[in-house]
Ligand binder design. Structure first.
Ligand code: GLC
Length: 492
């Protein structure tokens, strides 16, 4: 009897539970139906808003952090790394130099022939994709892979470029991660960013690692300059335009470098450079401030990332992450407001499946029925038969995320201009400032690029805005590294 009644009780409890769950599900469904994608979009727009007043607070915070990072090592989230570049190219550099550019999913090798007349005569490229396992494997495997490509590149060189016997090819090594430089041709990795994660490499001298790999592969090359891509871009930009004072990368990652007065760097205890200047690699990707418009999507992206708590600014503005933020918003709209029908499309749950180039293509869709959006949703996420109003919502989310990113990038640039006194009229004059820009996001995402330009003008006002120009410095980082190798050549 006891057993039976227990059985009954259990069944009864299960029935009650099932009924309860049903009621709960029903309630949830009712409440879910109350949330529309338009509601989620509206909330997103509010949370991502970047009015000028907010952008000014952000640029002020950037300036404050720049001061703190220059004052002492570890004084700020902004590392403000000393590059040991105290002289930018003059245009008089001569000879044949090489560059190796490593910083994203590809690396590039190039040869630059300098004629000493501010002209670069010849460049040849090899661009190689890094197999993803090497990005998270071990350092020897990564550097051996790179050195093997260098060996091939050199072996294929025509006789014209065979160097004099006994002479070593000189290389500018663009390594686009935070590095604590010990000199112009050495530096230890502080940490990885942008999806790389090879723990045993952290704290090691990246030039030594490359040199060991080149030796193993029989490549006779010497690294004469180790530079961040921002520093390379600054050097490459300055070669053709003397007004270039700042470089910004908006690509997979994001960062900026600029020319600082040596006297304004309290943490620099080395010899005072003759030029009185020093290029600073800000590592602005790691900037964070309570003024940043951070959303639940940013927080969850950060928590799931390889480097939680780090590179917060970068995660809001750069190419590696924009598509992923978009995916997270669309997933919420699918789950809470059935944006794509009653079931949540399974592919939408895969992290990083939606890349920024696809987001850009959808954002730029000018067809009346948003054909490009439809085809991207189908090809990438296997979502078919979307209505026009659904596709319009997707475009609007792209717009919100790209606009926020671009406006924040412009606020960052304003921070640098403020720090260097280039944001106002001083003594009746406004200095000409050219900002060398590079990176795939800036180059290919037209709406984003226009928004950066337009926002910077909005922030600076017409008078100062006229004196500040953004130029696209194509491949500047590699060319700049070769130029810096030239100015630090052992044969010079
Ligand atoms: C990341 C790296 C930084 C680099 C930037 C752009 O932020 O940490 O060194 O300059 O990406 O490539």
């Amino acid at each position: 009897m006891g057993k039976v009644s227990m059985g009954v009780t259990v069944v009864g409890a299960a029935a009650i539970c099932a009924a309860g769950a049903l009621i709960m599900r029903h309630r949830m469904r009712i409440s879910n139906r109350c949330v529309t994608a338009a509601d989620i979009l509206k909330e997103l727009e509010e949370k991502c808003a970047t009015p000028v007043s907010k952008l000014r607070q952000i640029s002020d915070a950037m300036t404050v952090e720049m001061h703190a990072g220059l004052a002492s090592e570890g004084g700020s989230k902004l590392k403000m790394l000393i590059s040991y570049v105290d002289n930018l190219p003059t245009g008089d550099e001569q000879g044949v130099f090489y560059a190796l550019d490593l910083g994203g999913t590809n690396f590039r090798v190039l040869r630059v022939q300098l004629t000493g007349k501010s002209s670069i005569e010849c460049q040849e490229f090899a661009e190689v994709t890094i197999p993803p396992p090497l990005m998270v494997g071990d350092s020897q495997a990564l550097f051996d892979y790179i050195a093997a490509e260098l060996a091939k590149f050199v072996a294929d060189e025509s006789e014209k470029f065979q160097l004099l016997a006994g002479r070593t090819r000189e290389l500018g090594f663009t390594f686009s991660f935070p590095v604590m430089q010990l000199s112009i041709d050495s530096g230890t990795l502080i940490r990885w960013t942008k999806g790389f994660s090879i723990e045993e490499m952290v704290g090691k001298d990246v030039v030594q690692e490359l040199a060991k790999a080149m030796k193993r592969q029989g490549v006779n090359m010497r690294v004469s300059a180790l530079v961040n891509d921002t520093v390379g871009t600054l050097a490459g930009g300055r070669y053709s335009n003397k007004d270039v004072a700042v470089a910004v990368i908006l690509g997979t990652g994001s960062n900026a470098a600029y020319v600082e007065r040596a006297q304004a760097i309290p943490k620099w205890h080395g010899p005072h450079p003759k030029s009185g200047e020093m290029v600073i690699n800000m590592e602005w990707g790691n900037f964070r401030s309570s003024h940043l418009p951070i959303t639940e999507y940013d927080n969850s992206l950060d928590a799931d990332s390889l480097n939680p708590g780090e590179q917060i600014f970068e995660k809001m503005i750069s190419g590696m992450y924009l598509g992923e933020i978009l995916r997270r918003v669309l997933l919420k709209m699918a789950e809470k407001a059935a944006l794509f029908g009653d079931t949540v499309p399974p592919k939408l749950k895969t992290q990083f499946i939606l890349r920024t180039p696809e987001m850009s293509a959808m954002h730029h869709d000018t067809t009346p029925d948003l054909k490009v959006v439809a085809s991207k949703l189908k090809d990438v996420l296997e979502i078919s038969d979307t209505s026009l109003s659904t596709r319009k919502i997707v475009v609007e989310v792209c717009n919100v995320m790209a606009t926020r990113g671009a406006r924040l990038a412009a606020a960052g640039i304003l921070g640098i201009l403020k720090k260097t006194g280039r944001d106002t009229v001083r003594d009746g004059e406004i200095p000409n400032t050219v900002i060398a820009m590079d990176g795939g996001l800036y180059e290919h995402y037209t709406e984003y690029r226009h928004c950066v330009e337009h926002t910077l003008n909005e922030l600076l006002g017409d008078e100062v805005g006229k004196q500040v120009k953004l130029t696209h410095s194509n491949d500047g980082s590699g060319i700049g590294a070769a130029l810096l190798a030239a100015s630090h050549s052992q044969y010079a």
